[in-house]
Every structure is written in C-alpha cells, then in structure tokens.
Design a protein around this ligand. Structure first.
Ligand code: SF4
Ligand code: SF4
Length: 73
C-alpha cells in the first residue's frame, strides 16, 4: 500500500466521476485523467493552491491540511 503524501491533494476514487474539471483548472498541470479517474501525475509541480479542491463538484479531491499565514493575510 502506498504511503499518503501530505504535500499533494488526495483523490477519492470512489467519489471521482472523471469529469476532468480539476485537470482543466490545475495551473501546474499536476493532474490527469486515467481510466476515468483523476490522478496526480506531477506531484513535484503541485504548489497546493487548492483550485482543484474548489472546482471538484463532488468533493473527491482535497488537501490534507490548509496553509494559513500567521499574520492573517
Ligand atoms: S492544489 Fe493546485 S497545483 Fe496542486 S493539483 Fe490542485 S490545482 Fe494543481
Ligand atoms: S473534479 Fe473531482 S470528480 Fe472531476 S475528475 Fe477531478 S477529482 Fe474527479
């Protein structure tokens, strides 16, 4: 079993419908569709922007933690 990498979003295969919205929105081109499911093909390029998480209509992709700034900006 693969270890979960907390530095990239996780994708729930059971929820993902393969719509491709996250692939289209990812500015780093980290995502792709394979067998009608989203996968992360370039985890090293992901900068954790969260666009994929916001775009997914079924909540299948999520970041395991949020980055917040201590000064509130
Ligand atoms: S968090 Fe941003 S850069 Fe990373 S996979 Fe999602 S849309 Fe792409
Ligand atoms: S936006 Fe959500 S449902 Fe659509 S391909 Fe991406 S993870 Fe799957």
């Amino acid at each position: 079993m693969d270890a979960v990498d907390p530095s990239t979003p996780s994708i729930d295969d059971d929820l993902c419908t393969g719509c491709g919205d996250c692939v289209a929105v990812c500015p780093a081109e980290s995502l792709a569709l394979r067998e009608e499911r989203a996968i992360i093909i370039h985890p090293e390029d992901c900068w954790y922007c969260g666009d994929c998480e916001e775009m997914c209509p079924v909540g299948a992709i999520s970041r395991s933690f949020e980055i917040t700034f201590a000064d509130g900006t």
